[in-house]
Design a protein around this ligand. Structure first.
Ligand SMILES: C[S@@+](CC[C@H](N)C(=O)[O-])C[C@H]1O[C@@H](n2cnc3c(N)ncnc32)[C@H](O)[C@@H]1O
Length: 213
């Protein structure tokens, strides 16, 4: 369920923290303001937090520093190992993904994620949002940072520009995974009972903040 890209993370796990620090030129803009993005998501989280796609635990660490209680859900074994090394073995980072996870981890007031929701197709994104709408109480929040585009045309232009710059890996990534547009996400969340806002942090990444009505 949305796990077709897991191989990438098995290979990338050990280099991941270097990539987010801007080591890789192709991805430098994608990760520009990475710390500010994580900080912004953590600042908007309330109560008990469930984090999807924990990766190496960088957002989890910020959430814990804000004295929130957090459970991570991460499908990749090496990513979970790295998160545990960073956070300590007593921080709970469990197997699972956006669609299949242990519902006994609820109740939660916030569901958060950074750089991961694009692993789901738009249909799967809607399936996930319907499920989260059932699990959250009124006032419960979803705060997801991810690459998204204002229009299909700006998405297509970004791929053309990546190819022109010789960023073949970035272009392949944009064409392979399920990046979507803000109007599509707005429709998914609003038709399932959420009020939603979007805030941009670099050419690629926006944070969506959705509150259950
Ligand atoms: C680009 S990393 C982001 C890691 C971390 N959240 C961050 O911001 O640095 C994407 C993470 O999502 C995980 N992932 C991939 N498919 C997923 C899915 N269907 N559900 C949840 N997580 C997924 C990957 O294993 C990886 O750890």
């Amino acid at each position: 369920m949305g796990l077709e890209f897991l191989d990438i993370f098995e290979k990338w796990a050990n280099e991941y923290d270097a990539s987010v620090s801007g080591k890789d030129e192709q991805y430098r803009e994608v990760f520009r303001n990475y710390n500010e993005i994580l900080e912004y998501v953590a600042d908007r989280s309330i109560g008990h937090v469930i984090e999807f796609g924990t990766g190496t635990g960088n957002l989890t660490k910020k959430l814990l520093e804000k004295e929130l209680t957090v459970v991570g859900i991460e499908p990749s074994v090496p990513m979970r190992q790295l998160a545990h090394q960073k956070l300590g073995a007593d921080v709970l980072v469990t197997p699972g993904d956006f669609l299949q996870f242990d519902t006994s981890l609820f109740p939660a007031e916030s569901l958060v994620s950074t750089y991961a929701f694009h692993h789901l197709t738009d249909k799967e994104k809607e399936e996930a949002v319907i499920n989260y709408g059932k699990l959250l109480q009124t006032g419960g929040k979803i705060v997801f940072a991810d690459t998204m585009f204002e229009t299909a045309d700006s998405f297509a232009d970004t791929i053309v520009q990546a190819k022109q710059k010789g960023y073949t890996q970035l272009a392949e990534d944009l064409e392979r995974e399920y990046y979507t547009t803000i109007p599509v996400l707005k429709q998914i969340f609003e038709s399932n009972g959420f009020h939603i806002t979007f805030t941009q942090f670099n050419h690629f990444v926006w944070v969506l903040e959705a509150t259950k009505q």
